[in-house]
Write a protein that binds this ligand. Structure first.
Ligand code: PLP
Length: 353
C-alpha cells in the first residue's frame, strides 16, 4: 500500500531512518563502557523493544509498573522502572513481577524501601534498588550524600533487596541547544556524582550501577565514562524539540495528515492536540516552513505555509515531542519510501499506571 493511501491522521515511522538512528547510537557507544538501557516510554512498542535488545541494549528502562509488565510479557529479562512505586497494591505486583525478570526500581524513601522488602520476602523474589539522587532536575530523589548513604545502608540491611547503585537523571540538561553549555552542566554534575560515589565507597557501600542520561547527553556521557547505563529513548524517533540540537540522529517519526481546509494564508490539517503531543510546543512541517501554527483539538491551523497545497493533499508533520505523541495512537505504520511495509501495535499505549 502507498503511504498516501493511509487514513489520516496516522503515525508513520521511516524504517531506514530508524535503522540509521540505531546504528548512530551503537557508534556512539562502541568504545565506551556505557551500555544502552533505552526508555520504553518513547515508543511503548513491544516490537521496537525487541529490536533494541537485538541491537545490543542490555535491558529496558520504563516509567510505569504497567510498562514493566508489558516488557516482561514479551520476554525482556532485565527491566528498570526509573520511578518510585509506593502504592501498596502496586508494590505487591512489583514484587510478584520480580519473580519473572530481573527487576530494578528507584527509591528515595526509607519506608518505601521497607515496604518493598516485606513484599519481596512474601513473594520470594529479589528487588534490585537504585537510590535516586536529585542531580538538579528537582523531580524525585534525595539531595545529600548523607541521605543517599542512609537509604543505601537500609537497603543493604533489608531482606530480599539488592543495592545496585544510583539513579541520576539530569533531564533539565537534555534539551539545552548549546553543546558547550550541555557539556559544562554535565561536568558540574559529574563532580557532584564523583564526590558522592567516593563518599559511599569510603563508608563501605560500593556502587555498581550509575544509571541515567538521555538522547541529548548520550555523546557526552559515552565520552566521560562515569555512568554505565544510558536511558535514552527519543534517539529512535527524534522530534521537533530535539531537532535543533545537532545530534547524530534524524527524525524518523511523522504524523501523516490531510489538508482539510485552505484559504489565503491559512492551511488547516486534520491533526491537533488529540493526535499530536503539544506539551513541548507545536509540530514542524516536514517540507517547507510556515508562520504561526495554532493548535486546537482536531486541527493545526498553519499560517503562511510556503508550499503549494490543495484540499485533500497529504502532509507530513514532525511532532514536537515523540513520547507524548506515541501515547495517543494504537499503531505505527512502518514506511519505506512511499510504501507502507508493516504496522506495529503500540502495546503499552495509555497504560500509565
Ligand atoms: C528517567 C528518564 N530517563 C531517560 C529519559 C529519556 O530521555 P530522552 O527521551 O530525552 O532520550 C527520560 C525522559 O524523560 C526520563 O524521564
Amino acid at each position: 500500500m502507498k503511504v498516501s493511501g493511509l487514513t489520516t491522521p496516522a503515525l508513520v515511522l521511516d524504517v531506514n531512518i530508524l535503522n540509521s538512528n540505531i546504528s548512530a547510537m551503537n557508534r556512539i557507544l562502541e568504545d565506551s563502557t556505557l551500555k544502552l538501557r533505552p526508555h520504553y516510554k518513547s515508543h511503548k512498542c513491544a516490537a521496537l523493544a525487541k529490536m533494541q535488545i537485538k541491537n545490543g541494549a542490555i535491558g529496558m528502562t520504563c516509567a510505569k509498573l504497567s510498562e514493566a509488565e508489558d516488557l516482561c510479557d514479551i520476554g525482556v529479562e532485565d527491566i528498570l522502572i526509573a520511578n518510585q512505586i509506593v502504592d501498596p497494591a502496586k508494590i505487591h505486583k512489583l514484587a510478584d513481577l520480580a519473580n519473572n525478570c530481573r527487576l530494578t526500581v528507584c527509591v528515595d524513601n526509607i519506608d518505601n524501601i521497607t515496604a518493598l522488602s516485606v513484599a519481596a520476602k512474601s513473594c520470594g523474589s529479589i528487588i534490585h534498588c537504585l537510590v535516586e539522587y536529585d542531580i538538579g532536575m528537582q523531580r524525585c530523589g534525595v539531595l545529600t550524600k548523607e541521605d543517599v548513604l542512609a537509604l543505601a545502608k537500609h537497603i543493604l540491611n533489608c531482606d530480599n533487596l539488592e543495592f545496585d547503585g544510583l539513579q541520576a537523571y539530569a533531564g533539565h540538561i537534555s534539551h539545552i541547544e548549546d553543546m558547550n553549555i550541555r557539556k559544562q552542566m554535565t561536568a558540574e554534575n559529574y563532580n557532584k556524582l564523583r564526590e558522592l560515589i567516593s563518599y559511599l565507597t569510603e563508608n563501605g557501600v560500593p556502587v555498581k550501577t550509575v544509571s541515567g542520561g538521555s538522547t541529548g547527553t548520550s555523546e557526552i556521557k559515552a565520552a566521560e565514562g562515569l555512568y554505565n547505563e544510558l536511558q535514552a529513548g527519543s534517539y529512535l524517533f527524534m522530534d521537533a524539540t530535539y531537532r535543533s540540537l545537532s545530534l547524530p540522529f534524524k527524525n524518523s517519526l511523522f504524523i501523516l495528515t490531510t489538508v482539510v481546509s485552505q484559504r489565503e494564508g491559512l492551511t488547516v490539517v486534520d491533526a491537533g492536540v488529540k493526535t499530536c503531543g503539544t506539551d513541548q510546543g507545536m509540530p514542524v512541517l516536514y517540507k517547507g516552513s510556515a508562520g504561526e501554527i495554532v493548535a486546537s483539538e482536531e486541527h493545526f491551523q498553519i499560517h503562511h505555509y510556503t508550499e503549494n497545497t490543495n484540499v485533500g493533499d497529504k502532509m507530513l508533520i514532525v511532532p514536537a515531542h515523540c513520547c507524548s505523541t506515541i501515547n495517543l495512537y494504537d499503531k505505527i505504520y512502518l514506511i519505506d519510501g512511499d510504501q507502507v511495509i508493516d504496522r506495529i501495535p503500540i502495546t503499552a499505549k495509555g497504560i500509565g499506571r
